[in-house]
Design a protein around this ligand. Structure first.
Ligand code: AQP
Length: 333
């Protein structure tokens, strides 16, 4: 059986990178895999979240999953905190993962920054919880953006060490699914930085709820360089902003980058930006509108999450039981 698990944090400012790098792919995999898609609220609190905003953001991510076309009757959509086995397996994995492995995680270094001593312990063990999320369902594949590759390698290491330590093949070795033209969408203000929710500049990202005017304004203001568009991918060298805008176009249009260059190479940025705006409005507009519609019906969104949590819990319980037995936790009756 091929089973997918993937998650998105409800930390607000959901953006084009999250959509093209992850959520749109989630929807495209539904016919081939059994899918479990999670709003990872326990990951979100590794950095401070206002409680009322966390609730609203949890519904927003759920609405994005639904608006992107994920069918909650055929697959599972739920929020992590409602299935306690995530935390339970994470504790066991905390005892399997090695400090040396966690010390190598670049995302912790980036997020903790200079104030490492002040970062939460949760932020440090974030990749261990992620390993537990995936292994709790014995998922075989995880669709993610490029930035999550290192965490998936850690998941494989934890699973392998668990199997070795306890002498049983409890967990499969998971494969990342990183595909499409936009595996790493960059900031509109700086083509060397990842588009991210936490960037202080709103002009660095197109969010899922931006309307046509905001999309147009952000693309118009996007950083470029003075030369016309390159005519081949070799021309991307030293021109990260050009590479980023063309990659976004290719991904939105479902075209190869080379085909976009054949059509637009040699043109001025102003002309290309107009075409990119039209395309972004055409592709993102309906998703954003459907999200807004769903968010105005929180009862429906909550019902999807509740049903998903019950089904996820039913899948997770026997797997956690198998792990407890392997570890030697006595279940005295
Ligand atoms: N820029 C990106 N390009 C392509 N994929 C991306 N993803 C994130 N940014 C990009 C993918 O989106 C999924 C969900 O991400 P997440 O919410 O769990 O956390 P993140 O990767 O930490 O997202 P951000 O936007 O970068 O948030 P902050 O600013 O908090 O760090 C993942 O599959 C991720 O790969």
């Amino acid at each position: 059986m091929k089973r997918i698990f993937s998650g998105v944090q409800p930390t607000g400012n959901l953006h084009l990178g999250n959509y093209l790098g992850a959520i749109r792919n989630f929807a495209r995999l539904q016919d081939e895999y059994e899918c479990i898609y999670c709003v990872v609220d326990m990951h979100a609190i590794t950095v401070w979240q206002e409680p009322a905003e966390l609730e609203a953001n949890t519904r927003e991510v759920t609405a994005t999953f639904l608006a992107a076309g994920i069918d909650p009757t055929r697959h599972i959509i739920f929020n992590q905190s409602q299935v306690p086995a995530h935390a339970e397996l994470a504790w066991i994995f905390n005892c399997v993962a090695r400090l040396g492995w966690l010390n190598r995680m670049t995302q912790f270094k980036e997020k903790a920054g200079k104030h490492r001593e002040n970062a939460s312990a949760g932020l440090y063990v974030y990749p261990v919880l992620m390993a537990a999320d995936i292994m709790l369902y014995k998922a075989t594949h995880v669709p993610v953006g490029e930035d999550q590759k290192q965490h998936l390698e850690l998941t494989r290491d934890v699973a392998q060490k668990f199997n070795n330590d306890f002498g049983r093949e409890v967990f499969p070795i998971v494969e990342p699914l990183i595909f499409g033209e936009a595996t790493r969408v960059m900031s509109l203000r700086d083509g060397t930085k990842k588009m991210s929710k936490s960037d202080p500049s709103d002009y660095s990202r197109i969010t899922m709820t931006d309307g046509p005017d905001e999309i147009a304004q952000k693309i118009r203001k996007a950083k470029t360089d003075p030369q016309p568009l390159p005519e081949s991918v070799e021309g991307f060298e030293g021109r990260p902003e050009a590479a980023n805008l063309i990659t976004i176009y290719a991904s939105l249009a479902d075209m190869e980058t080379e085909a976009v260059l054949a059509e637009h190479g040699g043109r001025q940025f102003s002309e290309f930006k107009a075409a990119l705006t039209d395309l972004a409005v055409e592709k993102m507009g309906p998703v954003g509108q459907e999200m807004q519609r769903l968010m105005s019906d929180p009862g429906h969104v909550d019902a999807v999450l509740k049903d998903g949590a019950e089904r996820a819990d039913a899948l997770a319980r026997p797997i956690l039981r198998e792990v407890y037995e392997a570890v030697g936790f006595l279940n005295a009756r």
